[in-house]
Design a protein around this ligand. Structure first.
Ligand SMILES: [Ca+2]
Ligand SMILES: [Ca+2]
Length: 441
């Protein structure tokens, strides 16, 4: 078998499955740090208070269809250190969405107001979009205020020790006292858009912040106990709370083409996907585009066939190819999937592949692989054994080959195709295989 190491038969296929989210084009904090370490040692700055540091807890909060958090979480449960952390941008206009997962175990029962989270202008500056808690004996309410104005509250309808997805939407409007803020408390299915806030404050006469550029965590009251995780800040509802969630992404080689398939569980504002390929994990090249299905909460299935660069009847070269998806929102923001790998290794045998598509009308493709240069016969027969067509009768190089078959002159029914490969090496044994295919008109 002299040519075993030549190009070959291509195979192995690679599949990476599972839930994964897109890389994020936004501020994200999952508290994925060492359990027991202090927040001030993990990228957060102390704004006030040097006692009662917040430390990383081991439990990790999650919420259906919200991007999975990782690592641990934190407890806001004392009168002590307050923290801020810059977000990725300095916002001076537009809407900012601040989403987080909160599990409240206690809330102060009082007429006074105490907030636990906020956006902020900068390290020393004013806060905006403040989130409050207030409890009664059995339930609690969330509250919201713009800046220094009095908060408004939801009804006392929320349960202790349940995880809620909370979204604060802060609108920066040109002018000094006209910004507004909305609060969404989500318990169940995440809404498609931001059209129905739980509570909202129209503009108040209090001063607006000059910018929004930090997030702020406040420990002010030991009787407010909040477990916090999964913070995201961005400029769109979809990125903040309901981005495209990719549930699978697979690649499979068949007959010199690579079939990519992927699914999404949720989509908002999805313009579509660029498909990118590389053989080196650098120099990614766009090879195609697939439109998104737009706004929906059900599973969407997508596919793309990469036939570029591999002409029919030419041998594939061994090697590893990588693919990734660039998911693009309607507003132009984008994020990348993880890459998957399609490995074209050296295989070890002759193979006749099942034709594709099958059943077919009238065109199909038959693939076969040779581990050595061979004289190849590929013929089609009807079920009575009559030869219908000779597709190949010539010498072919070692490698993967495909042949098109046009059945437009044949009637519906089952046909067989037979491959005989006689290796040039006279010591080698001939290879023969037969498979069935179905013409369906
Ligand atoms: Ca976490
Ligand atoms: Ca304003």
């Amino acid at each position: 078998m002299k040519n075993n190491l030549l190009f070959f038969l291509v195979f192995s296929i690679f599949i990476l499955m599972g839930n994964f989210c897109w890389g994020q084009n936004l501020f994200e904090e999952n508290f994925d740090y060492g359990v027991g370490t202090k927040l001030e040692n993990n990228g957060w700055m102390i704004k006030t208070g040097s006692s009662n540091s917040v430390v990383i807890e081991s439990n990790n909060l999650s919420f259906p269809n919200y991007p999975s958090s990782s690592g641990g979480s934190i407890n806001i449960d004392a009168n002590g250190s307050c923290y801020y952390k810059p977000i990725n941008n300095v916002y001076k206009s537009g809407s900012i969405y601040f989403s987080a997962l909160l599990n409240i175990s206690a809330a102060y029962n009082s007429s006074s107001d105490h907030y636990i989270l906020s956006l902020g202008s900068n390290s020393a500056g004013s806060l905006a979009g403040k989130l409050y808690l207030k409890g009664n004996d059995s339930n609690f309410a969330f509250g919201i205020s713009k800046t220094s104005d009095a908060p408004i509250y939801t009804d006392y309808i929320y349960n202790f020790n349940a995880t809620y997805l909370v979204v604060i939407k802060y609108n920066i409007i040109d002018g000094s006292q006209n910004d507004n803020v909305s609060l969404y408390v989500i318990d169940g299915k995440i809404p498609m858009d931001d059209s129905s806030p739980t509570i909202a404050i129209a503009s108040t006469s209090t001063n607006d912040p000059s910018t929004i550029e930090t997030v702020y965590i406040r420990q002010e009251l030991a009787s407010n106990k909040a477990n916090l995780d999964g913070i995201r800040v961005s400029t769109s509802w979809s990125l903040a709370s309901l981005p495209v969630e990719l549930t699978s992404f697979t690649g499979k080689l068949f007959s010199n083409k690579i079939y990519l398939k992927w699914s999404t569980a949720t989509e908002i504002n999805n313009f579509g996907f660029d498909i990118e390929r590389t053989s080196s994990l650098r120099n990614w090249q766009k090879i195609g585009f697939v439109c998104g299905h737009g706004n929906c909460n059900s599973t969407n299935n997508y596919s793309y066939i990469d036939a570029e660069g591999w002409n029919d009847e030419s041998a594939l070269k061994p090697g590893i190819f990588y693919y990734r998806l660039k998911q693009i929102d309607n507003d132009g923001t984008f994020s990348y999937s993880k890459e998957i790998e399609v490995n074209l290794n050296s295989p070890s045998r002759f193979t006749l592949e099942q034709n594709y598509p099958n059943p077919f009308n009238p065109l199909t493709v038959i693939g076969f692989r040779l581990i050595e240069d061979s004289h190849v016969h590929l013929k089609v027969y009807d079920m009575l054994g009559n030869e219908v067509k000779t597709l190949v009768d010539e010498n072919r190089k070692a490698g993967t080959h495909t042949v098109k078959f046009d059945a437009s002159r044949l009637s519906s029914g089952v046909y067989m195709y037979k491959l005989t490969a006689a290796p040039s090496d006279e010591q080698a044994v001939n290879f023969t295989d037969v498979k069935k295919m179905l013409v369906l008109k």
